[in-house]
Design a protein around this ligand. Structure first.
Ligand SMILES: [Zn+2]
Length: 493
């Protein structure tokens, strides 16, 4: 009995030792320097034109990643299209021209009013004034076939955000009563008209197409109080009005999050998933720099992170970890973390099965001695990260510029908000200085401007960290007292 126990113990110890060793060895066996470098070179190549959303270049990057997944035997998640989770998007070029003519007044687009919802418009009708345009304000008021003029909000809450929310109810109600448009008079000390205009005009914006704001036949307008006489007139007598709005263009398209998984080797732990995420999009083609280069290759941001997740997928597909692995290359990060936001709202696997999310993303680096982890001390795996990086002679530091709020500026935050512990692994940087700005979202961020000896160490540190988390016996979690700790308790209860 004793002997057997001892023997078992010995075997166990050997197993532990070889396992610890082999984690690093598996990396050596699966990813060569050249292989890693080739991934980075292709994803950051001019051929991919900076991987803007939407673009042919981004599509090619998606194809490249899914081809690699296929080669390695990474599994497809059921319910998705191959390795693709198609995200519905729309790009909106805002209206830029138009007028409201009433009495002897002509109000101009942007200066006096903005289209908040709807599309290009041409309307001639009578308007009625309806105070706040809700509840009792509409009693005994005939709005059928008319334009309704009202004040923003409900007279209680002063926040434009709340006003915007209230508008949704007002519009619904008014539409049911037969009104054809809503003009709300906007006067806010919180958000001046000039700032509002900046947000709702100008550049094309890409967003997830959630079916909202599709009320194309009902114009919703906010009107500034710039022309006081006109505003007064609108509040007094009901008369004829004509509205035109032009220049708005809406385009719909899809772009995929590239998703794959590998089943864990442990009969129990395989029911838990560790998510490895990186965004594969960047900002595309832009202003040329002094050398005439107009392709923003996004090597640091985020061809390197993408290549690291691809490398990890090969490694884990060859040598599975105890926990299952879920690899996600996000689309639309640069447009506002859109792909990851869609993913957590439409998860193909229940969120509470995802016990950790290790994201990898960078703006740049100014040290080749370190790895910077946004949220290093915010989850319980800190020693594992430190130990893994040390194996490649890299030190780890926490975010040196918390004022930049970088933890909340990459895809990890969408997981964190749901309660999933989710730091971001980043290239070594000690401050947001000129060395970073030189390449951050610049055309100069080319694949031949980086130090591959450092990057290869960085990628392997990431891989070893990933394996360590996926193999750790206890479940990783938030550090007590963290901002997202309670969300985690709620998710996994
Ligand atoms: Zn990035």
């Amino acid at each position: 009995m004793k002997k057997i126990t001892l023997l078992v113990l010995m075997f166990n110890m050997i197993a532990v030792l070889t396992f610890a060793q082999s984690d690093k060895k598996t990396i050596k066996k699966t990813i060569t320097y050249d292989e890693f470098k080739n991934h980075v070179y292709y994803i950051a190549s001019d051929e991919l034109e900076g991987r803007d959303l939407p673009s042919k270049g981004l599509e090619k990057a998606g194809e490249y990643i899914s081809n690699e997944f296929k080669k390695y035997g990474v599994k497809q998640v059921s319910g998705l299209t191959g390795y693709y989770q198609q995200v519905p998007f729309k790009s909106v070029e805002p209206a830029n021209k138009g007028s409201i003519v009433v009495g002897d007044k002509t109000l101009e687009y942007e200066k006096n009013f903005l289209l908040m919802d709807g599309s290009n418009t041409e309307l001639n009708a009578t308007y009625v004034y309806a105070n706040y345009g809700m509840g009792d304000d509409l009693k005994d008021l005939d709005v059928e076939g008319k334009i309704v003029v009202a004040l923003c909000g409900n007279g209680e809450d002063e926040s434009p955000r709340t006003w915007f929310g209230l508008s949704t109810d007002k519009k619904k109600d008014l539409k049911e009563k037969g009104a054809i448009a809503l003009i709300e008079i906007y006067q806010s000390a919180q958000l001046p008209w000039s700032m509002l205009t900046r947000y709702f005009t100008g550049n094309k914006r890409v967003m997830v197409d959630d079916g909202e704001g599709e009320d194309t036949d009902f114009a919703h307008i906010w009107l500034s109080t710039e022309d006081k006489q006109a505003v007064k007139m609108l509040q007094q007598k009901d008369q004829a009005m004509s509205i035109t709005v032009e220049g708005m263009k809406v385009e719909k398209f899809t772009s995929p999050n590239v998703v794959g998984w590998v089943e864990g080797s442990d009969p129990v732990l395989k029911n838990e998933f560790v998510v490895y995420g990186a965004h594969y999009d960047h900002v595309g083609i832009g202003e040329p720099n002094e050398e005439g280069d107009n392709i923003y290759n996004g090597t640091r941001d985020n061809a390197i992170g993408t290549s690291s997740v691809i490398s990890l997928a090969k490694n884990i597909a060859t040598y599975p970890t105890k926990r299952s692995a879920l690899f996600i290359l996000f689309t639309g990060e640069e447009k506002g973390l859109l792909g990851s936001s869609y993913f957590v709202e439409n998860p193909p696997i229940p969120l509470d099965k995802m016990v950790y999310c290790l994201n990898i993303d960078s703006g740049g680096y100014n040290s080749t001695e370190i790895v910077t982890v946004m949220g290093l001390y915010r989850t319980t795996v800190t020693p594992l990260i430190e130990k893994s990086c040390k194996k490649f002679k890299l030190k780890v530091i926490d975010d040196p510029a918390p004022e930049q709020n970088l933890f909340d500026r990459s895809d990890n935050v969408n997981f964190a908000k749901k309660g999933i512990p989710a730091p971001t692994f980043s290239l070594g940087y000690t401050a947001f200085d000129d060395a970073i700005f030189k390449y951050y979202h610049q055309a100069a961020d080319n694949p031949d401007s980086v130090d591959y000896d450092y990057l290869y160490k960085y990628c392997r540190s990431f891989m070893l960290t990933a394996r360590s988390i996926a193999n750790m016996p206890e479940k990783p979690f938030w550090t007590e007292g963290d901002k997202y700790y309670e969300a985690g308790v709620e998710l996994y209860k």
